[in-house]
Design a protein around this ligand. Structure first.
Ligand SMILES: C[S@@+](CC[C@H](N)C(=O)[O-])C[C@H]1O[C@@H](n2cnc3c(N)ncnc32)[C@H](O)[C@@H]1O
Length: 197
């Protein structure tokens, strides 16, 4: 199959790496949820060769991720397994951290609840959950472009939308995690770094 391609992945991979590289420097393994095309996985695995990068997504993305993983010929990025955060139980996975990019605004509200609960259930004490994407704060968009993006998301799927930071933070707290750092990123995105207590 032709490898799927996302231009935004190419545009944001370096700035994401600049944040996650120090966060993951002493870790051995990361599970990516919603790996999408698989581009991030291959790039991050190549740049952080000490890590084993596990890929996952809903069934419809598995073949595409596989084509990036196979072509990369890297031995530290693993073929994808099916993980829809709303289907339980999640497959067993022994990892030090969980990473997801641009998936929370696609997920429906109940998916996000299940995502945070499932991530916390998988992580060991001190394990990290790292989330990249846009968020609203104090009930407000952080930019006009995020507002337009949110309207576009809702046209694609009425249950997709930019989520509120406070809701994510509260869900994380209620599931035994605490926010370590909320990083401001280019193009009105954030990286939220939570740790399992
Ligand atoms: C906009 S894409 C982002 C893909 C990639 N992470 C990136 O940054 O380019 C959103 C991703 O979230 C995934 N996703 C949406 N709902 C999901 C769910 N319930 N469980 C797991 N992944 C989900 C989609 O399958 C898709 O891969």
């Amino acid at each position: 199959m032709n490898k799927p391609y996302s231009e935004s992945c190419d545009q944001n991979k370096q700035v994401i790496l600049s944040i996650i590289s120090p966060l993951f420097s002493s870790l051995s393994s990361v599970l990516e949820i919603g790996s999408g095309t698989g581009q991030h996985a291959v790039y991050f695995a190549e740049k952080m060769p000490h890590l084993t990068w596990h890929t996952s997504d809903c069934r419809s993305h598995i073949d595409g991720i596989n084509s990036w993983v196979t072509e990369s010929d890297l031995n530290n990025v693993k073929p994808p397994f099916e993980l829809d955060v709303s289907k339980s139980p999640w497959p067993d996975s022994d990892v030090d951290a969980i990473f997801t990019a641009n998936s929370i605004h696609i997920m429906h509200q109940q998916d996000v609840v299940n995502f945070i609960r499932g991530a916390s259930g998988l992580l060991k004490q001190h394990g990290s959950l790292v989330i990249y994407g846009p968020f609203n704060y104090n009930g407000l968009y952080t930019s006009a472009s995020n507002e337009r993006f949110d309207q576009w998301l809702k046209q694609q799927d009425p249950q997709s939308c930019i989520k509120h930071f406070e809701e994510i933070d509260s869900l994380a707290n209620n599931n035994g995690m605490r926010l370590v750092t909320d990083y401001e990123m280019p193009a009105n995105n954030r990286i939220l770094h939570f740790v399992k207590i």
